[in-house]
Design a protein. Sequence first.
Length: 333
Amino acid sequence: MTMAVNLKNRNFLTLKDFTPEEIEYLLDLAADVKDKKKKGIQVKQYQGSNIALVFEKTSTRTRCSFEVAAHDLGLGVTYLEPLSSQIGKKESIADTARVLGRMYEGIEYRGYGQEIVEELAKYAGVPVWNGLTNEYHPTQMLADLLTIREHLGRIKDVKLVYMGDARYNMGNSLMVACSKMGMHFTACTSKDYFPDAGLVEQCNEYAKASGGSVTLTEDVKTGTKDADVIYTDVWVSMGEPDEVWEERINRLSPYQVNKAVMDNASDSAIFMHCLPAFHDLKTKIGMEVYEKFGKEGLEVTDEVFESSQSVVFDEAENRMHTIKAVIMATLGV
Ligand code: CP
Ligand code: NVA
């Protein structure tokens, strides 16, 4: 483990704010606490401290990860569900931040614009952790990197191909994470869904320093050729209107992850997805989209999702171990 790294009192808002060494440190810490948990060794070193979880959008994995991690560490937890607090309606973010900062040692926030979590962090006076915004999903990145390391035995030089809406939180965050860590990132999608040009430029700089690369392509055959990781996410994200489904289905269907894509990737390629995923008709939205557009399986087919190449539930489990590492590192290990 890298001993020189000290992340005490830092916010965790986007991986842009962290060096490759700091990211590696968080992954090592996560691997260590994961190992301890599997062996039944308790790390209850934060008894008497409390954290707040503020969600303005829904969640399964992120909320449960923060709650389980906090309980494992001996922390008290308050969960504020969407619409259940004064935030943004009767009380500004700055005022909310100063109130929560008086009661809690750390605050998780999931919501809309990145500027909201930045504002919260500016005024809270305690570490703020981004549990997903429209622009970034940094805790997901740590889980993904740990999962890649566990399955492929390395992170550096791994070729990761992201298919789908690459302009949103997952596409942006994966491009940042990969370019920082010396990986080869490809956004393989319709060019209207390429990430923001300014962010691409910034990630090209990271890639130059790390030995990684960033590629944007509309061509599935060349884009996914010999990939080590094929990654996708929902075509319509939380907070977007239902009306965009039609356009997404039209533009992104050629970028569905199916058997042909996986066959074109490396023999040892893994399939990843942050979840939740639309791969069958067992969800309300999946069924509605099927009735309207006749498509069963959207961003990924059920065949790939359920295949032995799919590591999505390892990823989901790693959300908890990596979030535990973020809490520990920023509160002080
Ligand atoms: N991947 C992820 O963030 O899942 P939740 O929306 O369930 O938290
Ligand atoms: N892009 C998705 C990610 C969910 C974890 C969303 O924002 O809804």
